[in-house]
Ligand binder design. Structure first.
Ligand code: GTP
Ligand code: MG
Length: 207
């Protein structure tokens, strides 16, 4: 997919204020610092479009970006950021849960996983919750530039094995680096394909 246009649209911490839900939406979620905002910049090839930081807890609201005037990319706050108060974490958790479970145009949620670390309960638990709420998701392994090729393969194989303890099938998996652009085409092609399927569905159902 060629990206001609990518613009920041809105930043919200209330789900009743989100932009109109009339175009396909793709959200990025994962633990703080995993690389969600960086991935948005890498995919759109716009440095600084989404704000990044080496300190966890940078993104603190639901940020919508509009791509090619056709679909939304959404940057979300990370989960499990220990430095916030328990109350604040619970409020965010609630807002994220509401957003993900109620947003009608959310086509797919990309769960970002740091490729360097072993499977974490917080991520596995989050995916389980997505499954229970019938929210389609894909997995994006991040920061692979920090590993040797053999290490990437080993870690991803281990992750797949762990997932298959809980799931019958594996979701779509992407191996990425926001430093090198690895995986960019694969993620964008996946989104393009989903957009196309949605259009086809709407057309055949007269929507
Ligand atoms: P929060 O908004 O705090 O939840 O974090 P985030 O998931 O949006 O992470 P962000 O994109 O801000 O990146 C966190 C740090 O990781 C930054 O210092 C990035 O430069 C770095 N980073 C992100 N992706 C990559 C990557 O693919 N490779 C490398 N080497 N560093 C990365
Ligand atoms: Mg962020």
């Amino acid at each position: 997919m060629i990206i001609n246009k990518a613009l920041f649209l809105t930043s919200n911490n209330r789900i009743d204020k989100l932009p109109k839900d009339n175009i396909p939406e793709y959200a990025f979620i994962g633990r703080s610092n995993v690389g969600k905002s960086s991935l948005i910049n890498m995919l759109t090839r716009r440095r600084g479009l989404a704000k990044t930081s080496s300190t966890p807890g940078k993104t603190i609201s639901i940020n919508h970006f509009i791509v090619n005037d056709e679909w939304y990319l959404v940057d979300l706050p990370g989960y499990g950021y220990a430095k916030r108060s328990k109350k604040q974490r619970e409020e965010w958790q609630m807002m994220l849960a509401k957003y993900i479970s109620r947003r009608r145009n959310l086509v797919c949620t990309f769960v970002l996983i740091d490729s360097r670390i072993e499977p974490q309960d917080s991520d596995l638990g989050f995916m389980e919750w997505l499954g229970e709420n019938q929210v389609p998701f894909a997995i994006v392994f991040t920061k692979t530039d920090k590993l040797k090729k053999t290490e990437i393969e080993k870690n991803i194989e281990a992750y797949k094995k762990r997932l298959l303890e809980d799931w019958e099938d594996l979701p779509a998996l992407f191996i990425t680096s926001s430093e090198t652009g690895l995986g960019r085409d694969e993620v964008l092609n996946f989104i393009e394909e989903q957009n196309r399927e949605l259009e086809e569905y709407k057309r055949t159902h007269g929507l």
